[in-house]
Design a protein around this ligand. Sequence first.
Ligand SMILES: NC(=O)c1ccc[n+]([C@@H]2O[C@H](COP(=O)([O-])OP(=O)(O)OC[C@H]3O[C@@H](n4cnc5c(N)ncnc54)[C@H](OP(=O)(O)O)[C@@H]3O)[C@@H](O)[C@H]2O)c1
Length: 336
Amino acid sequence: MEKINPVLVPQRKLFDGSFMPAIGMGTFGSDRFTAEQVSNAVAGAIEVGYRMFDCAAVYGNEDLIGKVFQQAFDKGTVKREELFITTKVWNNMHGQGDVLLSCAKSLRDLRLNYIDLFFIHWPFANYHAPGCDGDARNPDSTPFSVDAFMATWRQCERLVDMGLVKYIGMSSMTIPKLKAVLPLCRIKPAAIEMELHPSFQQQALFDYILAHDIQPIGFCPIGSPTRPDRDKTPDDVVDIQMPEVVEIAKAHGVHPAVICIKWAAQRGQTPIPFSVYENEYVSNLKCVTEDPLTQAEMESIRLADKNCRLIKGQVFLWPGANDWHDLWDEDGTITK
Ligand SMILES: NC(=O)c1ccc[n+]([C@@H]2O[C@H](COP(=O)([O-])OP(=O)(O)OC[C@H]3O[C@@H](n4cnc5c(N)ncnc54)[C@H](OP(=O)(O)O)[C@@H]3O)[C@@H](O)[C@H]2O)c1
């Protein structure tokens, strides 16, 4: 097994001067890969040199990943403080008390006594069953509410106060939502997860987040070719087939997926690519330590943006909403 020295992996500076790795491994099996496959990949990834793992309660595999962490600590492969582990509260656990319960369950499942970074997974408390169809709707769903979101954020702040969590973060936010909630935060988010890949660069939101000294973490960095079928539409761009990406991949002698990761890390977000295959997750980590893209290649990918959102979130829509665009405040105001 090829190993990459974690010291060579670039780091991101958080608002308090601490650091986190500039690349992590995703752990969402996308309803295609079993919890065993994902946790085996985490075990392999720790050996290879990954030090950041993006987990979530709703991924349904934290108990098996926790066993892997425990084994790695017991074997002395890695120390707890060398890992940067994130998890997220799911939409059915927002509100006054359930955030603490969700964190407690993740801590127990992951076999940890603190989480490095704890996210509100989606800004809506709108629940849908795991694995449901893309047309599924919950009649109890409601539009974004600043008050409801802040009630959940206050619980996240309590987790920091209690020492259970080092940093807190948000995910799938928009500029209008951030404008509304950031001034209200007692403890600011250290990072925000957002969809980022060559065909969906979200430049305005990316710039806004960095300007607030928050780290953007990019999910679906390869364009999520194995995402659940409910998240696929015929118009979706396939990042690893984009001519610009394919051409640069040929020049570097690597798979186009690797170019997506290089571009992400060099641009300044922290990509969290997923793979259960050793050759793929080795390439994804190794590529940020060598053979950078040229300025011209970075520019070619910048110009190739297609504003193509893949994770549209339509299952979170509320009664009366038009379509998935309503989730993303595209006219500059929070959609009600
Ligand atoms: N905060 C949120 O709401 C949110 C939403 C979505 C995802 N996420 C996080 O982001 C992570 C990554 O997103 P994702 O899993 O959707 O998509 P992704 O990382 O963009 O794509 C993963 C797929 O890309 C392929 N791949 C990976 N490395 C490769 C390589 N070196 N060469 C060729 N193909 C490669 C694999 O497919 P093949 O099997 O075809 O090789 C793999 O299944 C998730 O696991 C999760 O942790 C968070």
